[in-house]
Design a protein around this ligand. Structure first.
Ligand code: HPA
Length: 272
C-alpha cells in the first residue's frame, strides 16, 4: 500500500467509529495529555488499534486519539505523539496529521515542551510559535510527492497562521495569561543540547528548542491546514542557568503549567 492508500484506510477506520466530523486537531505535548479528559462525548481509539499507526514508546504518553467536543467545537486530539528520536521516520511521525487532513480537519493546534533559548524567557512561560528552524536535517516530505496531499515545494513563509496567532493572543488576554512569542528550533534529540549548541541556536535566531512539532507542522502546511503552535518552556536551555537538565524537570514544569496551558488551549478553541 502506498501512503495515500494507507491514509484512506486509516481515515475510513476512524470515520466508522465517530459520529461528528472533527474540524480542529490538537496534538497534546508532554504533560498536556489530560486535556483529552475534558473532551466531551468522546470516542477514544488506542493507537495500537488503528491500522497503519505507529505506537508511542515514551513514558507518560497515553497513545490514543480522543474525538469529541471541546468548547462546543468538534475536535480530534492526539494523546501522545510519535517522535523522530524514537526511531520513527518523519513520514511515520507525520502520518496522523495526514489522517487528520483526510478526516476534514482544517485547524491544527500543536503543543510541546521546549527549552528556553531567549534569555528573557523564564521556566514555566508559554510561547506562541511564530516561525521555526528545522535543524534536524530531515524532512517529512522527502520522497515521492502525492499531489493529492500537497505541492512538491510547499511555501513555508507563513507556516504559522496569522489569524490563529491573533486568536491565541486574544485568548491569552481574555485569561490574563502571559504569552511569549518566538522561533522554535527543531533538534532531533534525544540528547539535550550542549551549552554551545544553545548559544548557536540563539545566534541563529531561535527562542526555544525542542524535539518535536516541526515535522507535523511541515506536513500540515503541505496539506494547507491552518497551524497554531504553542510551547511550554519547561526549562532553560543547557548552560543558561548553570545547572544540569533532566527529563524529570521537564515533566515537573509541564505539570505545574498544565492548568494554565489547558485553559489557554480551551479558550483558543472557544473563539475559533
Ligand atoms: N531541549 C530540547 N528539547 C526539550 C528541552 C530542551 O531543553 N526541554 C524540553 N524539550
Amino acid at each position: 500500500m502506498n501512503l495515500l492508500q494507507k491514509i484512506k484506510e486509516t481515515s475510513n477506520f476512524i470515520t466508522e467509529r465517530i459520529s461528528v466530523k472533527p474540524n480542529t486537531g490538537i496534538i497534546l505535548g508532554s504533560g498536556l495529555g489530560s486535556l483529552g479528559e475534558e473532551i466531551e462525548g468522546s470516542v477514544r481509539i488506542k493507537y495500537s488499534d488503528i491500522p497503519n499507526f505507529p505506537t508511542s514508546t515514551v513514558k507518560g504518553h497515553k497513545g490514543q486519539l480522543v474525538i469529541g467536543k471541546l468548547k462546543g467545537k468538534n475536535v480530534i486530539a492526539m494523546q501522545g505523539r510519535f517522535h523522530y528520536y524514537e526511531g520513527y521516520s518523519l513520514e511515520e511521525t507525520t502520518f496522523p496529521v495526514r489522517v487528520f487532513k483526510e478526516l476534514g480537519v482544517e485547524n491544527l493546534i500543536v503543543t510541546n515542551a521546549a527549552g528556553g533559548v531567549n534569555e528573557d524567557f523564564e521556566t514555566g512561560n508559554l510561547m506562541l510559535i511564530t516561525d521555526h528552524i528545522n535543524f534536524a536535517f530531515d524532512n517529512p516530505l522527502i520522497g515521492q510527492n502525492f499531489d493529492e496531499l500537497g505541492p512538491r515545494f510547499p511555501d513555508m513563509s507563513s507556516a504559522y497562521n496569522d489569524e490563529l496567532i491573533s486568536k491565541a493572543l486574544i485568548a491569552s488576554q481574555n485569561l490574563k495569561i502571559k504569552l511569549q512569542k518566538g522561533t522554535y528550533m527543531f533538534m532531533s534529540g534525544p540528547s539535550y543540547e550542549t551549552p554551545s549548541e544553545i548559544k548557536m541556536a540563539r545566534f541563529l535566531g531561535a527562542d526555544a528548542v525542542g524535539m518535536s512539532t516541526v515535522p507535523e507542522v511541515i506536513a500540515a502546511k503541505h496539506g494547507a491546514m491552518n497551524v497554531l503552535g504553542i510551547s511550554c518552556i519547561t526549562n532553560m536551555g543547557a548552560g543558561i542557568l548553570n545547572q544540569p537538565l533532566n527529563h524529570e524537570e521537564v515533566i515537573q514544569t509541564s505539570q505545574m503549567v498544565k492548568e494554565k496551558f489547558i485553559a489557554l488551549v480551551k479558550e483558543i478553541t472557544n473563539i475559533l
